[in-house]
Design a protein around this ligand. Structure first.
Ligand code: ZN
Length: 84
């Protein structure tokens, strides 16, 4: 929901995104994270967008490119959590 501009914790429309960047380091004013995926012999780095609510401080991480998500099903070291 935060990528749509609304905080799921306090419902404020005060959401900021630290945009994912290619390469080393952080862009000014952003927090940046990556997800490492190793599928077979091909390591991939998935860029992550970070969303912060300026009212309550809630943080959400989200893979920047939805097309990268299907990598997880074939990756070593990522366990698919089965719902209870
Ligand atoms: Zn909030």
């Amino acid at each position: 929901m935060m990528h749509q501009g609304v905080c799921p914790n306090c419902q404020a429309a005060e959401v900021y995104r630290g945009q994912a960047t290619e390469g080393e380091g952080l862009s000014a004013g952003s927090f940046n994270a990556v997800v490492e995926v190793l599928a077979g012999r091909h390591p991939r780095t998935l860029r992550v967008d970070t969303y912060v609510c300026a009212r309550c401080g809630h943080i959400e991480l989200r893979i920047a490119d939805p097309h990268d998500l299907d990598q997880l099903a074939h990756a070593d070291g990522w366990e698919h959590i089965q719902p209870l």
